[in-house]
Design a binder for this molecule. Structure first.
Ligand SMILES: Nc1ncnc2c1ncn2[C@@H]1O[C@H](COP(=O)(O)OP(=O)(O)OP(=O)(O)O)[C@@H](O)[C@H]1O
Ligand SMILES: Nc1ncnc2c1ncn2[C@@H]1O[C@H](COP(=O)(O)OP(=O)(O)OP(=O)(O)O)[C@@H](O)[C@H]1O
Ligand SMILES: [Mg+2]
Ligand SMILES: [Mg+2]
Lengths: 266, 266
């Protein structure tokens, strides 16, 4: 089973859009996929047509802070595609768990209580490096970083890498960065190609270092800007079902194939 | 003096880009403007060419948590345009201030220590509804909400309005929502015009209610998607100086005029 966290503290870079559509593409390929929404905005939950913050929808906060088990929190949204919903309570996790010694590993501990029959677990993180993202990194084996090819987006890379390294060293030695995927990409823009070169140089230069990103790369697939990706959430379904022939569907199928073919330590 | 908070917990909607360029446009019009970076990503600080997290740059965290005064934290970046830098420590504010009874008003209390000679104070908020955003709302008289005309972006409106109302009722009775500004706007997209109608309907229907958004509106200015806005941060200056004739510069000058002409209670 592979556990992949889609994280980046920079807001609006396409974490949720990538987690949903990569998850859906892996499920389409026949893999059993569980998506977990760790963001109090509950965008992943809504994206897939599940109603957050209502009585009938179990959520991950109840698993972390109360006695709900993971199997009780799972909702099926499509063949091979299951979801654990987020909730607005997640915004209080940093304060709720502040005094607990296991605050950084509670997600992993609750998951360990009963192994789940999935090939992939996909974690959508909030735009921050707080306790929920740390919990995602403690559970995950791999990190995928959605990023826009913009100057402001590159600024946050150092802090992101430091956070991943700190979790790897203190909490989760198997944690690795699989790579960066450029989203809303426009190849005609000079700045975009400068960012590509800078990222390629950075990953090449880290090959010899013993860091969680030594095997990381820039994914060959660039996800192009595509209006269908902004529309599909309003239909409660991935872009693969909303518009199977769109650029968005093609790019996320290609990215899922790249991720599926990565060599990984189980 | 007017204090305006640019906030929206949805990530990547253009909070920083709007705060910087509206601030710069107001300064260009002759107003004395202070920008405060309340985001641990320090994007506003970097956008204006100030180096965050170094010895020689004072920052707002030191004002909030230590003994630095506001006047000591101010850096001049242009005629009429001053900045108080952010820092990575801001990420720990929720935990650092958790036990303090004044944790929601510490920004306002520190500001009250010495009146500052500005016509506008502009606050850039992080993508969350945590303690820093609450502090911004406690100090501010007005809120401007940058928003993309996307389905996922609209989802968060209810929580955003609830947070503003809670702060108005418990901490800051003068707080008002000035309006929503649509960013990265593309008028050719059907979804965009549906969002415009929905927001117009919502604000019209709230006219009679006694809510902090009863006088709010959708700003007439829509900020168009413009590549110059993604490039100007890498030159450490607002788009007004980087490319004065661009759509980005034109839209932000128009928005600043709209904001300047709003009737407001001092
Ligand atoms: N390739 C794309 N083309 C066009 N629009 C996109 C694309 N990817 C994402 N979007 C849109 O951009 C916005 C931001 O994407 P998304 O919400 O997935 O980012 P995020 O990183 O999860 O944001 P947050 O930081 O708030 O969690 C959304 O409105 C989404 O519909
Ligand atoms: N009108 C625009 N046209 C094109 N690009 C834009 C526009 N406004 C903002 N951007 C780009 O979109 C990205 C997000 O903008 P920005 O960082 O200002 O959003 P934010 O809401 O402050 O993000 P965060 O939630 O991370 O604080 C940036 O890379 C910025 O350069
Ligand atoms: Mg998201
Ligand atoms: Mg910002």
């Amino acid at each position: 089973m592979r556990v992949i966290a889609f994280m980046n503290q920079k807001g609006g870079v396409g974490k949720t859009t990538t987690a949903v559509n990569v998850g859906a593409a892996l499920a389409e390929m026949g893999a059993r996929v569980l998506l977990i929404d760790l963001d109090s905005q509950t965008n992943l939950t809504t994206y897939l047509g599940v109603k957050p913050d209502v009585e009938e929808t179990p959520d991950v906060f109840s698993v972390l802070a109360d006695d709900l088990t993971f199997p009780e929190a799972i909702v099926e949204v499509d063949r091979n595609l299951h979801v654990v919903a987020g909730s607005r309570d997640l915004a209080n996790v940093d304060l709720e768990l502040a005094d607990r010694p296991d605050r950084a590993t509670v997600l992993r501990d609750r998951m360990a209580a009963g192994p789940l029959p999935y090939d992939y677990i996909v974690l959508d993180c909030p735009p921050s490096l707080g306790l929920l993202t740390v919990n995602a990194l403690t559970l995950a084996g791999e990190v995928v970083i959605p990023m826009q090819a913009h100057f402001l987006a590159m600024q946050g890379m150092v802090k992101l890498l430091e956070t991943v390294r700190a979790v790897q060293q203190q909490l989760n030695p198997r944690l690795r960065i699989a790579g960066v995927v450029l989203t809303m990409f426009d190849g005609n823009v000079r700045l975009s190609n400068e960012v590509v070169q800078e990222l390629d140089r950075f990953f090449e230069s880290s090959r010899t270092a013993q860091q969680p990103w030594s095997e990381a790369k820039l994914f060959r697939t660039r996800v192009r800007r595509n209006i269908k990706l902004t529309e599909s959430p309003s239909f409660g379904t991935s872009v693969l079902k909303y518009d199977p022939l769109s650029n968005g569907a093609a790019d996320y199928r290609a990215l899922a194939r790249e991720i599926a073919s990565l060599r990984h330590t189980p």
